[in-house]
Design a protein around this ligand. Structure first.
Ligand code: FAD
Length: 536
């Protein structure tokens, strides 16, 4: 394969976050080279759970619901040796069009993402190709690669993305600190199937002697995670006889078929900056978390969604390069908050001794007996909201139910031509001025509309189900089929500006239509911070 010498974006690392970003850039019409030093997707037992936000981003990256198998998880049960079930997180149902929690098989997801990326001729994947070094110039990045045949190749890219995992070479070359801690315990991860039917939920056996998370996965798989005890070695724990012995509480040794196993040591670390000059870090290169709340990959997907459209808008000349600074502002705190939650969960799952287990499990049980706090814990309100307070948003509180800096909810819609679509697909790859029961285009002058379209803006009208009047009005009119948006999100006559990653920039009444688009255009064009000085 001949590699390009000049490209918009060079992505180092074709793991799930790098390839998700590749798909998003493909959708937005940006060219990218994705390199990976490995010959194929990694097959170690790693991510198994995804939340509704991650599934929504994969939808944005072009994956249909059947692109990879998933199992919806109705609840997560935490068991204490002293109190029995001491916590119970409810994960039944859907949010924004997706189950709140599913399990899946990571290699299958990665293959699906790579297949989807073939839809874009301008996105090139080069396997067995490694980043050696790079330097930043005034106009881009010159990167030296070592190709599959052992040769050196230099590529010039406008932007460089380090999606190269926990031991990121890009992060190392950027000389950015990776602050946090590494756990002292090792964990054995086993993916296996057994003849008896798997359970339908996730259980955490929080026994200080042997903490054990256990969960079902697609195709009859189950995952067990066993914390190693002092004196146990990796080699001993990976022996098939040892694994079968560990699984005896769930199945007889001859009823188990072991698919894969690995021993890991977990980390809780965040890089000091997600961006340096023209280089950006996403996924495990930027943050690594213990897997106790299943959020490592979810966080990487959020990175890709946040950064992808910003790169595209800058590369297409619709926005100033300074908007790229907001990637760090909008993402780093949330990634750190999620790691803090995982660390807290770790304290419940793996208390270091019986006394700590007794008191922590007892405290959670007590808190759950209190009406408001109990519901807050059970309904997972403890999970940090994916919302930013600084960045590409117009600050201020809305009088509607819309939250600026948070996500525009997803609902099922029907187009004026009768076709059904999820609202994210209907909004598409645009900045959207959404009118609740009103066509926003009718509120703008021709000049304002032209300025809005020049920055990738589009107008979009939502109306009540069965509003025949609306169905004849214009091309971009959609009915809210289950009444999830109108009027619960905002009253008739309200407007919202929604980014391509579905974050809400601003909102207000229809009389403010021009002000709302002007403020949004200003955000895209006005430098918020002085540009980073770069030397040739
Ligand atoms: C036991 C365990 C359980 C987990 N469970 C969950 C879970 O339930 N839910 C969840 O969301 N997350 C979970 N995670 C985390 C999740 O697996 C990771 O966050 C995710 O795989 C990271 O994806 P990535 O694309 O950022 O990095 P990676 O998947 O690590 O990909 C990085 C890629 O970069 C390539 N590369 C590295 N250096 C170079 C170089 N110099 N040049 C070229 N290529 C390079 C590598 O070959 C690799 O393909 C779990 C992790 C573990 C270990």
């Amino acid at each position: 394969m001949s590699l390009p010498t000049s490209i918009d974006v060079l992505i180092v690392g074709a793991g799930p976050t790098g390839v998700t970003l590749g798909n998003l850039l493909g959708r937005y019409g940006v060219s990218a080279l994705i390199i990976d030093k490995a010959a194929d997707v990694l097959t170690h037992p790693r991510a198994i759970a995804l939340d509704n936000e991650a599934l929504r981003i994969l939808q944005m990256a072009g994956l249909s619901e059947d692109a990879f198998a998933r199992v919806a998880i109705p609840c997560v049960r935490m068991h204490s040796p002293y109190f029995g079930e001491f916590a119970h997180f409810k994960t039944t149902g859907c949010l924004d069009g997706h189950p709140k929690l599913v399990t899946f098989f990571q290699p299958e997801l990665e293959h699906a993402l790579r297949r989807q990326m073939q839809a874009y001729s301008q996105i090139v994947l080069a396997q067995q190709t490694e980043l050696v070094s790079f330097s930043e110039t005034r106009s881009g990045i010159d990167a030296e690669l070592k190709t599959a045949d052992g040769n050196r190749h230099v590529v010039n890219a406008r932007y460089l993305i380090g999606a190269d995992g926990a031991s990121s070479r890009v992060r190392e070359l950027l000389e950015l600190g990776f602050q946090g801690a590494t756990y002292i315990e090792d964990w054995l991860i086993i993916d296996a199937s057994k003849t008896a039917k798997p359970m339908d939920h996730i259980e955490f056996i929080c026994d200080p002697k042997r903490p054990t998370p256990h969960m079902p996965a697609p195709a009859g798989r189950e995952r067990w995670e066993f914390m190693l005890q002092p004196g146990e070695t990796r080699e001993q724990m990976l022996q098939p006889e040892k694994i079968r012995q560990l699984l005896t509480p769930w199945a007889k040794p001859d009823e188990v078929s072991i698919e894969r196993s690995a021993v890991y040591r977990f980390h809780a670390r965040v890089v000091s900056k997600f961006q340096k000059g023209r280089a950006f870090l996403i996924g495990d290169a930027a943050h690594i978390t213990p897997p106790f709340v299943g959020q490592g990959l979810c966080a990487g997907l959020r990175d890709a969604a946040n950064l992808g459209w910003k790169l595209a808008w800058v590369i297409h000349g619709r926005a100033a390069p300074q908007i790229l600074d907001t990637y760090d502002t909008e993402r780093r705190q949330h990634a750190a908050d999620m790691i803090a939650l995982a660390t807290l969960m770790g304290k419940l799952i793996m208390p270091s001794n019986a006394i700590k287990a007794f008191f922590t499990h007892g405290l959670v049980r007590l808190l759950r007996s209190l009406p408001i706090i109990g519901a807050w814990i059970d309904d997972l309100k403890i999970k940090p909201e994916n919302r930013f307070h600084d960045g590409l948003l117009v600050k201020g509180k809305s009088t509607s139910a819309l939250v600026r800096g948070s996500h525009f909810p997803q609902a099922l819609l029907r187009h004026a031509d009768g076709a059904y679509a999820w609202s994210d697909d209907a909004l598409g790859d645009h900045l959207s001025l959404v009118g609740f029961g009103i066509d926003p285009a009718t509120l703008l002058t021709a000049d304002q509309l032209a300025r809005w379209q020049a920055v990738g803006g589009r107008c979009f009208q939502l109306c009540y189900r069965g509003q025949a009047l609306c169905r004849s009005v214009g091309a971009n009119v959609w009915e809210d089929i289950n009444g999830e948006m109108l009027p619960s999100l905002a009253p008739i006559g309200w407007l919202a500006v929604v980014r391509p990653d579905h974050s809400i920039i601003t909102d207000g009444p229809s009389v403010d239509a021009a002000t709302l688009i002007d403020a949004s255009i200003d955000l895209l064009s006005a430098p918020k911070t002085p540009p980073t000085a770069v030397t040739d």
